[in-house]
Design a protein. Structure first.
Ligand SMILES: [Zn+2]
Length: 268
């Protein structure tokens, strides 16, 4: 497995070549349709999931029987890594929001690798910090921002991880994902459709005017992407600097590049 493979994932890219080679025998690559359950909340993860494509929603339970998206993860992320370390059930469910190609690694193999590789532990720690940052921002977004702005963010996040402009979603699914009433989504999406921003046909949303969404999305969209600096320098290089180099050198290495305005774009 090399980082030049067509199918790749940011977590795998940041591992050392040695760690990638040792993981390779355990990697199972599968294709999953949209709206499929990958992990039921309340159970331990059986696998650590590394998306090559598509989008996975991490969902929190919302009584009595609803699930709300807290974070959307694509090929820039990893799902279930912390559960593999902590050996505790995760209350959060994971569903595919888009059809996805994923690599999955049995949690025991993943855990054994972590026990032998400080570099890999560093990568996991960094990704879990990034995930926690996104969850915290998602809480702020739900509490402070309008449904219109949140819908713009959700559509942008999904399109960032899609292969095109047509997304197969019902209004029911979007309402569930955002934790609002279906009638609210009908009203808000109707305004976007009347303005020509989206076209809604037969369970498909076509994004016709992405720039409008970018102008009207809440600040959380950029905030969730702006911590991408955490992943821009291979962690094993940073670890070497921290262990062997002067502290000042490590501190300077944190800000290796200015953050991109508008956040990380995942689409080619
Ligand atoms: Zn927001």
């Amino acid at each position: 497995m090399t980082t030049s493979d067509v199918e790749s994932n940011r977590f795998l890219e940041l591992l050392t070549e040695q760690d990638r080679a040792q993981l390779q025998p355990y990697v199972q690559t599968i294709t999953v349709a949209g709206s499929q359950l990958l992990h039921a909340g309340g159970e331990e993860y059986d696998y650590v999931i590394l998306p090559y494509s598509g989008a996975i929603g991490l969902k929190a339970p919302y009584p009595p029987d609803n699930l709300i998206d807290t974070v959307v993860v694509g090929r820039e992320g990893v799902v279930g890594a912390l559960s593999a370390i902590a050996t505790t059930p995760s209350p959060y469910a994971a569903h595919t929001l888009l059809p996805a190609r994923i690599a999955r690694i049995p949690k025991l193999a993943f855990r054994n690798m972590l026990d032998s590789s400080p570099q890999m532990r560093e990568v996991v720690a960094r990704f879990e910090c990034g995930l926690l940052t996104k969850v915290q921002q998602s809480v702020c977004c739900a509490a402070a921002h309008s449904v219109e702005a949140r819908l713009c963010r959700w559509l942008l996040e999904i399109q960032d991880r899609s292969q095109g402009d047509r997304l197969a979603f019902t209004q029911d699914l979007i309402a569930q994902s955002l934790g609002v009433r279906r009638t609210t989504i009908t009203l808000v999406a109707g305004k976007l459709q009347q303005s020509g921003v989206i076209r809604w046909q037969r369970g498909q949303v076509q994004i016709a005017n992405r720039s409008f969404l970018e102008q009207h999305v809440c600040s959380c969209y950029a905030a969730m992407n702006n911590h991408s600096w955490m992943f821009e320098c291979a962690p094993h290089q940073r670890l070497e600097q921290r262990l062997n180099g002067p502290e000042q050198q490590f501190s300077q290495s944190v800000n290796v590049r200015p953050r991109e305005p508008g956040g990380l774009r995942l689409r080619p």
